[in-house]
Design a protein around this ligand. Structure first.
Ligand code: UDP
Length: 180
């Protein structure tokens, strides 16, 4: 029995690091894609917001002397890099994925509109919401909440490696509840 028909998943960029110090661990990426394929194949509509913390965060940039707005734009671009990587991993599993960017940057992604996103979700395509909210001084958690509300998702689920309150240890269980 399907509990939620339309979900928005927030994946932290940091979790894409896997065993690496920097960048994207292909194994983690492939694991994400596989799990997303599983939920798509049982008819759940999936939207994804992926962070950029494995590449750049605006706030940490200010400590190194970057202008905060430019640093945040770099962070938003980092989310686009991760979104493209995830789209590519999904497509290699024959799952159609659309990268919808909050900032216009065709042909890298399509400029996000709620209508475009809903159409994609209804067709069973994975809608990947990239570039956060498009505004500095926000994070991708805000973007995930915003997109979830906009597309009328039944739930927004967040996967992270950052300390917090969980129903299970995310290092030991996958988002489907399977033991790693
Ligand atoms: N960011 C932003 N506006 C947004 C979303 C993200 O400026 O609406 C920037 C911000 O600098 C942030 C970075 O993009 O630190 C990466 O996002 P986030 O820190 O949420 O990534 P995560 O921690 O999930 O990997």
């Amino acid at each position: 029995m399907i509990k939620y028909n339309r979900v928005v998943l927030k994946l932290s960029g940091e979790s894409l690091l896997g065993k690496l110090q920097h960048g994207i661990d292909q194994e983690v990426l492939a694991d994400y894609a596989m799990q997303i394929k599983e939920i798509i194949s049982i008819g759940i509509e999936v939207g994804i917001v992926i962070g950029g913390g494995n590449i750049f965060r605006g706030l940490s940039g200010t400590a190194k002397g970057f202008d905060r707005c430019k640093g945040d734009q770099m962070g938003m671009l980092a989310t686009v890099v991760n979104s493209l990587a995830l789209a590519s991993a999904l497509e290699s599993l024959q799952i159609k994925a659309r990268v919808l960017t909050a900032i216009a940057m065709q042909p890298i992604g399509e400029f996000y509109t709620k209508e475009l996103a809903i159409k994609a979700l209804e067709k069973g395509e994975v809608a990947i919401f990239a570039a956060g909210t498009g505004n500095p001084f926000f994070t991708t958690d805000t973007a995930a909440s915003l997109r979830a509300i906009e597309v009328g998702a039944d739930v927004m689920l967040k996967g992270t490696r950052v300390d917090g309150i969980y129903t299970a240890d995310p290092e030991k269980r996958s988002c489907c509840g399977q033991i790693r």
